[in-house]
Design a protein around this ligand. Structure first.
Ligand SMILES: [Zn+2]
Length: 443
């Protein structure tokens, strides 16, 4: 099958230019600059006039909830939501049931995804207090790296022993595996929660969430992770940064980087008034001052990647306050459209978006032949345009949980087409059910 995409503007590797792309089978066969499309006989031609063509997004941070939590979400439903949102590859986190902390559970996840995923997939291996001995048996070509919860969150995978942390950072460094951390100091959070409960009752109201999951708890834990990474020479990537203060650690050493996720770039503490616990996540959405600093971080080199932390729960689980409501929200379907909105506000350019969401996740984790528009690379592409504003309603939501904090929001940008491995899996509202993703290879 050969496909010609013509008439559009290609966004790739810092450049934005008119051009056309030829797909042969699963790969990008040719990229031609300029207005004129290469002549030839193609099985399909896609007119991208007025649109931008980006590499398919690599979402390095999702929770697709399988196995064990499939009432919230599953690999089939969430990989479909990904395709609708222009995401062609995802790395799933290990806090499932059982947790992905053994070689057996890792193999089971690969098998599940092989059967069910519509887009390309891989899985972080979860660190525990005592499993770093298994790191040596991991296949470096199959996984992005190690996920380490230095703070407790959904699915309690907290690693809190100093000697365990030292072993994890030193072993990962030896093996050249990146460590991606969730940084929040659980002891401080527990103390803050205790205090809030004495004052406000068993389930403190949601506006207190960023005071309980506090700036200090984030800062101290991130400082700890950075110190360990410097000591052992570990490739450290701190997930979902939420505070202006933590940014001081990033942007100087190439081996120590940070991720921002859509919720913290888009929402701030004022939004608890209208959205309540729907935007409860860990670490918490913090102040508008923090949000502005994170947004500046997208262009000043302090934030290296943008993921979603797509973490669906049932709507019934998102009720209540700081203690009762579940933490996490679905975000994968609207992440690219949301980032494009930030570009319209002048916060960053569309080329920056391609770097943060496509190129950098690929280079950081050593993804093979994806994340860029290059000849011979997988034909993972997304076509976006802003010709027709649209509103998020329940019926457009593909996530199994069927709610989103973005319901009612009007977007200027939409994903028009998504190609995954040369296959047009999403085309203006029409989804190819039979499409399946591939296992991502590394290094
Ligand atoms: Zn997460």
């Amino acid at each position: 099958m050969s496909i010609l995409i013509y008439g559009g503007t290609i966004v790739n590797e810092g450049r934005t230019y008119r051009g056309s792309i030829v797909i042969e089978g699963e790969q990008i066969a040719r990229i031609k600059e300029g207005e004129d499309a290469p002549r030839g006989n193609y099985d399909k031609e896609v007119d991208a006039t007025g649109c931008f063509i980006l590499p398919g997004v690599i979402d390095e941070h999702v929770h697709f909830r399988e196995p064990g939590l499939a009432e919230k979400a599953d690999i089939e439903s969430e990989s479909r939501a990904a395709a609708y949102g222009g995401i062609t590859s995802f790395f799933d986190m290990p806090n499932t049931k059982p947790g992905t902390c053994s070689l057996e559970t890792l193999v089971e996840k690969f098998e599940l995804a092989r059967q069910k995923s519509h887009v390309n997939y891989s899985f972080f291996f979860g660190a525990t207090n005592d499993n770093s001995v298994l790191f040596r048996d991991l296949d470096r070509h199959r996984i992005p790296g190690i996920k380490l919860f230095m703070g407790a969150s959904t699915g309690n995978m907290l690693v809190d022993r100093q000697e365990s942390l030292q072993r994890i950072f030193s072993t990962a460094a030896e093996l050249g595996l990146p460590v991606m951390t969730h940084c929040e100091d659980t002891r401080q959070i527990n103390a803050n929660m205790q205090k809030a409960r004495t004052e406000y009752g068993d389930d403190p109201e949601i506006r207190l969430h960023p005071m309980i999951r506090s700036e200090e708890a984030c800062y101290d834990s991130t400082a700890h992770a950075v110190a360990l990474a410097r000591k052992y020479g570990t490739r450290l990537h701190v997930a979902h940064l939420t505070t202006a203060r933590e940014l001081e650690f990033f942007g100087q050493e190439p081996a120590i980087t940070a991720e921002a996720v859509i919720a913290h770039l888009y929402f701030c503490d004022k939004d608890y008034e209208t959205l309540g616990a729907l935007i409860k996540c860990n670490p918490a959405v913090k102040t508008s001052h923090d949000r502005e600093a994170l947004r500046r971080g997208l262009v000043n080199g302090k934030i290296f990647t943008v993921g979603t932390d797509h973490a669906p729960h049932l709507l019934s689980e998102k009720q209540g306050g700081c203690a009762r409501a579940a933490s996490g929200m679905p975000m994968i379907q609207f992440s690219l459209s949301t980032m494009l909105e930030l570009a319209d506000e002048g916060i960053l350019t569309i080329a920056d978006i391609a770097a943060l969401m496509c190129h950098h996740p690929a280079t950081l984790f050593g993804v093979r032949e994806r994340g860029f528009i290059r000849q011979g690379y997988a034909a993972d592409l997304v076509i976006v345009c802003n010709d027709r504003p649209w509103k998020v309603t329940k019926d457009v939501i593909q996530s199994k949980c069927k709610w989103s904090p973005m319901i009612g929001h009007e977007y200027q940008w939409r994903v028009r087409q998504t190609f995954c491995n040369g296959h047009l899996i999403y085309n203006e509202g029409v989804f190819d059910e039979n499409s399946s993703g591939q296992e991502i290879k590394f290094r």
